[in-house]
Design a protein around this ligand. Structure first.
Ligand code: IFM
Length: 473
């Protein structure tokens, strides 16, 4: 007999959700006036994406969005986190608004509200309009300003029904993976440019917070950061120092300024050979540290950091080894099919560390957490059920033991989808997608979660009642 785990007790008003992102599910890249994004261009670069795949069709959610809303309703979640594709709304990045693009999201939001599902809208999940990349992309400050303009347009149109806004998803990946490592679009391998991108993403975030609040005074605005506790691979001084460097690069470069504390001590030294940081301007930190209504945390794994000797480092920031760190496999720790260590307690530690380090930490949502399998036929996914239950237990423990005000959990992802440079092989979905036909088939994990969630009172949102359960907390 199979024993299925139960969901843990969560704080009152806890939001249960599932997440996706535009380029990973929508397809329809040349429809209804959408402009090109950096991912359309990057996917055409030989060798950039496994199997030379792209998001051109993906899950075809641009056409099948009604099916996806029904899947969410059947799952019984309170909320759906999706992203808006900037190049659908402003094909050239700025200037003329493409109304058919905005109409798509308008219909989606209406359908969610009709089903009592609260929309959490991410404005930037990596699909920068190529027209802006051609003018320097995130390396230049103008892109931050264009981002705030775009945020105002979307909030102006959807803000009467959408209350929860996420400015950026994982700026670490946009900046460091996209502009230093070159594994993601735009595929640049620069040091200074990547650090400029990180800074301009955060400036754009601060500007967008103000723009969203101006366009929709009832908005609640946050940012989503991917956080990975960095722990020493071995019990040596060198590995401990490597873990500290990794923590600065991945986590604190973003959490410290966003949560109002400015850039952390040690960061300038870490980047000494890479950049003069001349892109920073007076007033930027105040903007970046604008108080938020919530913080989104994406947790997937801990990093086991091993030291790389100085003579083997290249001061270019093209990989973690350039700051002297090698992610090391850990004996006895199981890994996902992507090789990511499965350590649910890392989610507890992430939340506990946030609570301990930042006295003014706003409410927190886990905006992504999930596991991929690479076997297409894997629909009786008991391992995914245990993954979710284990991570939720860790999150519940953090909520009970620390001051973290944990408000929700979004599983990544509702659907199998385009996993960026790895193409379609990794499957993260509660719902299996047969890409040739677009057919969606709920997995065992979907059935389990929906059973666990049934019988609760939904707290999600009609236009008037968004977030009822959370109101006043
Ligand atoms: O698929 C991605 C998502 O776009 C951002 N966070 C991590 C996920 C899994 O790699």
């Amino acid at each position: 007999m199979t024993i299925f785990p139960e969901l843990p007790e969560m704080p009152a008003g806890f939001v249960w959700g599932a997440a996706t992102a535009a380029y990973q599910i929508e397809g329809a890249v040349a429809e209804d006036g959408r402009g090109e994004s950096i991912w359309d261009v990057f996917c055409r670069r030989p060798g950039a994406v496994a199997g030379a795949e792209s998001g051109a069709v993906a899950c075809d959610s641009y056409h099948r969005w009604r099916d996806d809303v029904e899947l969410l309703a059947g799952l019984g979640v309170d909320a759906y986190r999706f992203s808006v594709a900037w190049p659908r709304v402003l094909p050239a990045g700025g200037g003329a608004i493409n109304q058919p693009g905005l109409d798509h999201y308008d219909r989606l939001v209406d359908a969610l509200c009709e089903r009592g599902i609260r929309p959490f809208v991410t404005l930037y999940h990596w699909d920068l309009p190529q027209a802006l990349e051609d003018r320097g992309g995130w390396r230049v400050r103008d892109t931050s300003e264009r981002f705030a303009d775009y945020a105002a347009v979307v909030a102006g149109r959807l803000g009467d029904r959408v209350r929860d806004w996420i400015t950026l998803n994982e700026p670490y990946c946009s900046a460091i993976v996209g502009y230093a490592e070159g594994r993601h679009a735009p595929g640049a391998t620069e040091g200074h440019g990547a650090l400029a991108a990180a800074h301009h993403l955060l400036v754009g975030h601060g500007q967008a917070v103000a723009a969203i609040r101006a366009a929709s005074p009832r908005a609640r605005v946050g940012i989503t950061l991917n956080l990975s506790p960095a722990v020493p691979a071995g019990d040596t001084e060198a590995d401990r120092a490597a873990a500290d460097r990794m923590d600065l690069l991945v986590n604190r470069q973003f959490t410290d300024p966003v949560l109002g504390g400015g850039y952390p001590a040690g960061l300038e030294q870490l980047f000494a050979g890479v950049s003069d940081l001349s892109f920073r301007r007076d007033g930027d930190l105040a903007l970046i540290g604008t108080p938020l209504d919530f913080l989104g945390v994406n947790y997937y794994y801990r990093i086991h950091a091993a030291d790389v000797p100085v003579e083997q480092r290249d001061p270019a920031l093209r990989s973690a080894s350039d700051i002297g760190v090698r992610p090391a496999p850990r004996d006895g720790v199981p890994t996902t099919d992507l090789g990511w260590p499965i350590e649910p307690w890392g989610l507890h530690d992430t939340l506990a560390e946030l609570a301990g380090r930042y006295p003014a930490l706003p409410p927190v949502y886990v905006t992504e957490n999930g596991v991929a399998q690479v076997s297409d036929g894997h629909t009786e996914d008991l391992d995914r059920i245990h993954f979710i239950a284990g991570h939720l237990a860790a999150a519940a423990r953090a909520a009970a033991e620390t001051t973290v005000d944990l408000r929700g959990y979004f599983y990544w992802s509702l659907l199998d989808n385009f996993e960026w440079a790895r193409g379609y092989a990794p499957r993260f979905g509660l719902v299996h997608v047969d890409y040739p036909t677009g057919t969606r088939t709920p997995r065992a994990s979907y059935r389990w979660l929906s059973e666990q969630l049934s019988g609760r009172t939904r707290i999600g949102g009609t236009p008037a009642g968004v977030g009822r359960g959370e109101e006043g907390r």
